[in-house]
Design a binder for this molecule. Sequence first.
Ligand code: SIN
Ligand code: MN
Length: 275
Amino acid sequence: MIETDDGHLAELIAEYEENGWCHSPFRFTGPAVSLLRDSLDAICRRGGPEVVHEPDSTAVRAVHGCHEFDEAYAALVRHPYLLALAEALTGTPVYVYQFKVNLKQAREGQAWPWHQDFAFWNAEDGLPTPAAVTLAVPLDDVHEGNGPLMLIPGSHHVGYLGPGKITRGDSGDWRKNFAADPEHVMDDARAQELIGTFGSTRATGPAGTIQAFHPNIVHSSSDNTSPDRRALLMVSYNSIDNAPPHPTRPEFLVGRNTDQLKPRWDDHLPLERVP
Ligand code: SIN
Ligand code: MN
């Protein structure tokens, strides 16, 4: 087991507070990524209510809540390093509020418009505050061409910018928010203004990389026009004191067990230092 307790968390906290995102010096090894990919493939083949497809297509766009029924993902969300990172960045004990893998299939995966995650979480679930963090682990190499996340670093300082173009309960269909034209998005002109102030960056990197995103950072991603899939796993950890009081979306989208998650080491999910 690699030693991760080397004092780097203080630097990551500072980077996260300044930019609204940060990049860990550790990543999951090739065998760990293979294990997680195998689980993903099995879930996609199996289908189910938590699997979302691209419009009028059999291409899987996203899968949700897999940590509740898949052993590898159950171990991943309890990984001692991920939990330590989530607790360091939120400053509180956490539980899994949301788990998803967005797949962006080769040449078929569609864009995600500019938005803040907190706009969705507040409007859809009544998440009280942005006392949460999303840890993202790509399961494929992410490059400029396969639809990486585009981030506006520092945009979280502007705070919550409002519920977006449509407010709570308008469609009543949670699937609407997993298509390329979801509710609660930000108009492009506002995003361009923020880019003028803060600049923008793409979250590229090899499979297994670990990045963290603030719920108020403004982000988007483009269509995948490349021959390479871009599966991006995202675990959103929420402070145990910030659970939405009356969530109505399905449990595979909004975790109902809000007890502090306890770390559990799993030999199948080793880390390595990013060279
Ligand atoms: C998201 O914003 O939650 C997902 C974006 C993506 O998968 O590219
Ligand atoms: Mn998002």
